[in-house]
Design a binder for this molecule. Structure first.
Ligand code: NAD
Length: 429
């Protein structure tokens, strides 16, 4: 039985299936995760006490290659959430023609409450618990919300200790010195930027006349806000978990990033500085940011931000989803009726997994690429697939989300069919 989030994710699949006919087996297979692992992770805390954390790893579908997906440290992590994130990864990799299936992992905790050493013990304990479930040819984790390259480095090291050999390709998003790829930290934002830049001329929009609001000022949101700012877009609002700031004239994003970075306490692993009160502009809540009258709204924080409850109040002209699953399927219907196009997560934020794939390739070949080479390959992939999905949306007169799912489904169905479907038994040899 699937949870509410996975059921909602599955509605996207059902919608895409209305537009094209696929082998029934493929559609049936893709409704369920291939394997879900739940683990308990005992961690010795700094004060000597023992805490046990709940962790998950889900491999959704591996028809197109080993599974791939980030690891999230967050209090709201549930098996249902991890399964739906793994579902999205499956479609994202297929939409971008990356030879991976989809996976995801997570631990339910507030990482800001743990010391750095406690986080290290937790990260290593998680790998101990899931070591037989992952591997460079099986399932390859990466960073996600509240995990970073340092944590990926610990995880790769722990896996290598267990296997008694160096296995850099088991995890991506590692520190450069441990086999990480140049450009991985900025890849999600760069990918989203390339997609926005490909789409804007089609909508006859120029950066200088385009206002932007970004919800979520982390790895993805802050870097994208700066890329847009530097390309002439007017970024009028940004926010983090504690709230945001607004300026009609446009915000100075590099200064906001500097301020946020400098307020981080030296020993902290996570950014602790709130954006609020640090710049000369009006504070606003995350709810207010979502409902601003802007050209482009970029949800870049968490899922379920635009729902049935607030979709009617969204006034943006276009939504580019950098977070995974920020819009529910009910909200999608409302936005569609309001004529607000949504450029979907499985396309817009795919830069991260694309450069993760590049990192895995570099680890396995032993040949490392320059930053220019990484960004050039990323740009080529994002532009190519954005164009293809745009064309499908025009041809089928459907939303960009449905077009992206149709595009991904074609590749997934082909792979599933190649392994043998009911059609094989019905066909004459
Ligand atoms: P991050 O941890 O670096 O940043 C998350 C940001 O969101 C932080 O600024 C945090 O303060 C803010 N935030 C948290 N809760 C919020 C709330 N309720 N309202 C507003 N802001 C809130 O994470 P990230 O890596 O930037 O990921 C952000 C989103 O992008 C996630 O949905 C993630 O799954 C998705 N994503 C990330 C990557 C990647 O490579 N980092 C790749 C693909 C998708």
């Amino acid at each position: 039985m699937s949870g509410a989030l996975l059921s909602d994710a599955n509605r996207r699949l059902e919608k895409a299936l209305q537009y094209v006919t696929f082998h029934k087996d493929a559609a049936e297979r893709l409704k369920y995760p291939k394997a879900s692992l739940t683990v308990s992770i005992p961690v010795r805390m700094d004060d000597g006490s023992l805490r046990v954390f709940q962790g998950y790893r889900v491999r959704y579908d591996d028809s197109r290659g080993p599974t791939k997906g980030g690891i999230r440290f967050h209090p709201n992590v549930t098996l249902d959430e991890v399964q739906s994130l793994a579902f999205w990864m499956t479609f994202k990799c297929a939409a971008l023609s990356i030879p991976f299936g989809g996976a995801k992992g997570g631990i339910t905790l507030n990482p800001k409450e743990l010391s750095k050493f406690e986080l290290e013990r937790l990260s290593r304990g998680y790998v101990d618990a899931i070591a037989d479930f992952i591997g460079p040819n099986i399932d390859i984790p990466a960073p996600d919300v509240y995990t970073n390259s340092m944590i990926m480095g610990w995880m790769m090291d722990q896996y290598s200790i267990i296997r008694r050999q160096l296995v850099p390709a088991v995890v991506t998003g590692k520190p450069i010195t441990m086999g990480g790829s140049l450009g991985r930290e900025t890849a999600t934002a760069m990918g989203a930027f390339f997609t926005i830049q490909t789409i804007m001329p089609k909508l006859s929009r120029r950066p200088e006349n385009t206002t932007v609001a970004v919800q979520g000022f982390g790895n993805a949101g802050a870097v994208l806000a700066e890329l847009l700012f530097r390309s002439g877009y007017k970024v009028v609002a940004v926010s983090d978990s504690r709230g945001g700031v607004y300026s009609e004239k446009g915000l100075d994003i590099p200064s906001i990033r500097k301020i946020k970075e400098s307020t981080r306490s030296i020993q902290a692993v996570y950014c602790e500085g709130a954006i609020c009160n640090l710049v000369d502009s009006a504070p606003l809540t995350n709810e207010e940011l979502l409902e601003l009258e802007v050209d482009i709204l970029v949800p870049a924080a968490l899922e379920n931000q635009i729902t049935e409850a607030n979709a009617d109040r969204i006034k943006a002209n276009y939504i580019f989803e950098v977070a995974n699953g920020p819009t529910t399927s009910d909200a999608d219907t409302i936005l569609e009726s309001k004529g607000i196009p949504v450029f979907p997560d499985i396309l817009v934020n795919a830069g991260g997994v694309t450069v993760s794939y590049f990192e895995w390739v570099q680890n396995r070949s032993g040949l490392y690429w320059s930053l220019d080479e990484v960004n050039q390959r990323l740009s080529q992939k994002m532009i190519e697939e954005t164009e293809l999905i745009w064309t499908i949306a025009q041809d089928l007169s459907c939303s960009m989300r449905t077009a992206a799912y149709v595009h991904a489904l074609e590749r997934l169905a082909e792979a599933i069919h190649a392994k043998g479907t009911r059609d094989d038994y019905l066909a004459k040899w």
